[in-house]
Write a protein that binds this ligand. Structure first.
Ligand SMILES: [Zn+2]
Length: 418
């Protein structure tokens, strides 16, 4: 198969004609072979930074073509692949700590070398070829990245930045998310895996290299666990709680962005209809929003931020705190919209057809406890009762417009202690 320089892929516009060091008419197979050969020189310092960057960009296009099945009809490519995969595996295996430290930028003594960027692309292509992470993560320093990939199909694209504590906390977070949200949200339509990237760990001289190797992915700040904290709850929250770890706050928010497609893609439009109805009902008053500190003008303009904010920054931090806030607003000012949003969140977090909702509590160092809460629905499928450990039964009623009208008194003081 020949490369057409003018062939533009939808997802990468200009970058796709960037066969940097190649002339027109060069085959994809030789691009791959040359890039792998260049990667062999990373640990021996035989590759220049600009060449490593170009080889990485070339590999990025090869990966996307392979991911989309565009290379399946190329016998030349398919025949060459096993030997090239073996070479890639050997190269990644030979990346000892000395080599890793010598070429992994952008910080330290070796900024902008791009050797690690080329290795990242070898790793991604190897994942697509092997369909398992054994050869892609051969070294001990990637143990937790390998585990996260293996269990949750998420490639951590952090240029070796995250420390063990951060990676362990991320792994626990993914473990506590319901499977339907992994499947229909994070992984939806991803051929094999999604990526969690830290683009600032790759950027160099103010430029951010291309690292997208999946159709699904999200980016987080350049922060380790314990670096900073943030509280997503507004000042009228009863019995306020401590701020949450910022690495996890950002991860929860970005992951919750992936949940929009869960309700959007469902044949049953009940949840999507509810989101539209509640967004309209919330118009004009910040206090209708659980994340009222962000507010109505923002959410009306950026509807994709609603679930990310209210589930990512609050529900996944402390579910009962969100319940207390919602119930307090209803008791205090007769406003049932926040409580309706809370139940929308519970509904989205619950696997369809199941009677247990996950609650997340007692955040400490980025970690929460997950507690199962039994829910009961009415004949229209709306949640009418939650049986919350230590709080007892929380019951709600609805008005004619479908908004929550009443909630039992125990809701505004409900807490699940450690
Ligand atoms: Zn967002």
């Amino acid at each position: 198969m020949l490369i057409d320089r003018t062939h533009k892929r939808k997802d990468c516009a200009e970058k796709c004609s960037l066969w940097g060091r190649k002339e027109e008419g060069v085959s994809v197979t030789s691009i791959l072979i040359d890039s792998v050969k260049l990667a062999e020189g990373v640990c021996t310092n035989q590759i220049q930074a600009d060449i490593a960057l170009k080889a990485s960009n070339d590999m990025n296009v090869v990966i996307k073509m392979y991911m989309d099945g565009e290379l399946e009809s190329s016998n030349e490519f398919i025949d060459a692949l096993p030997a090239q995969a073996d070479k890639m595996a050997d190269i990644l295996k030979s990346e000892d700590n000395k080599c890793f430290e010598a070429h992994t930028g952008p910080k330290g003594d070796n900024p902008c070398k791009y050797g690690s960027l080329l290795f990242y692309h070898l790793r991604a292509l190897l994942l697509y070829i092997d369909k398992h992470p054994e050869r892609a993560f051969p070294n001990k320093r990637d143990t937790f990245r390998k585990t996260i990939y293996d269990k949750y199909n998420i490639l951590i694209a952090d240029n070796g930045y995250f420390n063990e504590k951060s990676l362990k906390a991320l792994e626990k977070f993914y473990k506590q998310l319901p499977k339907h949200l992994h499947r229909e949200g994070i992984q939806y339509d991803a051929p094999l895996f999604a990526t969690q990237s830290v683009i600032d760990a790759w950027s160099c001289s103010d430029s951010k290299p291309t690292i997208g190797v999946s159709r699904r992915g999200f980016n987080v700040f350049h922060e380790q666990l314990g670096d900073a904290s943030e509280n997503g709850f507004p000042s009228d929250t009863p019995f306020p709680i401590a701020a949450a770890d910022l690495l996890l706050v950002v991860t929860r928010h970005e992951v919750a962005h992936q949940f929009d497609r869960v309700i959007f893609n469902r044949e049953d439009s009940r949840m999507q209809d509810m989101k539209v109805m509640l967004t309209e009902a919330s118009q004009g008053n910040d206090q209708n929003w659980l994340r009222s500190n962000v507010g109505d003008i923002y959410f009306q303009k950026a509807k994709a931020e609603i679930i990310a904010s209210q589930i990512g920054n609050q529900y996944l931090h402390s579910t009962t705190t969100q319940l207390r806030l919602a119930a307090h607003r209803l008791k205090n000012s007769g406003n049932g919209i926040p409580m309706s949003w809370f139940l929308f969140n519970v509904d989205l977090m619950t696997q369809p057809g199941k009677k247990k909702a996950p609650f997340y509590e007692n955040e400490s160092n980025g970690r929460v406890s997950k507690i199962n809460v039994k829910i009961k629905r009415d004949s229209q499928g709306r949640i009418k009762k939650l049986k919350i450990p230590t709080c007892g039964k929380v019951t709600v009623t609805y008005n004619g417009a479908g908004l929550v009208e009443t909630v039992s008194d125990n809701a505004s003081s409900c807490m699940i202690p450690n």
